[in-house]
Each structure stands twice: as C-alpha cells, then as structure tokens.
Design a protein around this ligand. Structure first.
Ligand code: FES
Length: 103
C-alpha cells in the first residue's frame, strides 16, 4: 500500500508521547492506550491476516474480540487479537496465515 497516511483525528487532543512498533518490518506509530489494530488502521493498514487456503486478506470486523479476524503474530505469539491488545514500543507484529490453535 503506497498511499499510507495518518488517519487520526487531531482536533486539540493530547495523545501522549508517540512511539513505534513494527508490522511486517514496517514502522507504525502508536500512542499510549491504542490497540495494535487502531494504530494499524490509523497508518492505513487494513489487513491483519490472510486466509489459509486462498491467502485472502482479512481485516478488522467486530473490533471487540469476538470474530478473531484480526489475529496476528505478536512478538512470536500466534492468534493474538490485535483489537484487544495494546500496542507497546518496539513490539514486533507479523501477518498471520490462517488461524492457529484456539482454546
Ligand atoms: S476485530 Fe474481531 S476479534 Fe478483533
């Protein structure tokens, strides 16, 4: 995606100090309290994982931890729901292919 741009509303908000984490090797900016999914969407990245059979991109659907469409590999942990996981400085997020083991 070449036309990524910041998509946050900034009307006088104090978001705190920005920090970075990586998604598939690219730097994404986040602010304290944001989920990984929110920061990725703000950066213009809509796909979280790819389906196992057809490798089709899946994006955020429910945004509240129910659908599991947002799972990614976060610091080596598969099936991490990025809509429910707070972004942290330096974390490494990777696209997941299919879904792994759920309990
Ligand atoms: S978007 Fe549905 S579980 Fe994350």
């Amino acid at each position: 995606m070449s036309d990524k741009r910041e998509q946050r509303v900034d009307d006088g908000l104090d978001r705190g100090r920005a920090f970075q984490f990586s998604v598939d090797g690219e730097t994404v900016t986040a602010y304290p309290g944001e989920s990984i999914a929110a920061a990725m969407l703000a950066a213009g990245r809509a796909a979280a994982r790819r389906t196992a059979k057809r490798r089709e991109p899946r994006g955020y659907h429910c945004g509240m931890g129910v659908c599991w469409d947002c799972v990614m590999v976060v610091d080596g942990v598969t099936d991490t729901r990025t809509c429910r996981t707070e972004a942290k400085p330096g974390m490494r997020v990777e696209t997941q292919h299919g879904v792994g083991q759920r309990t």
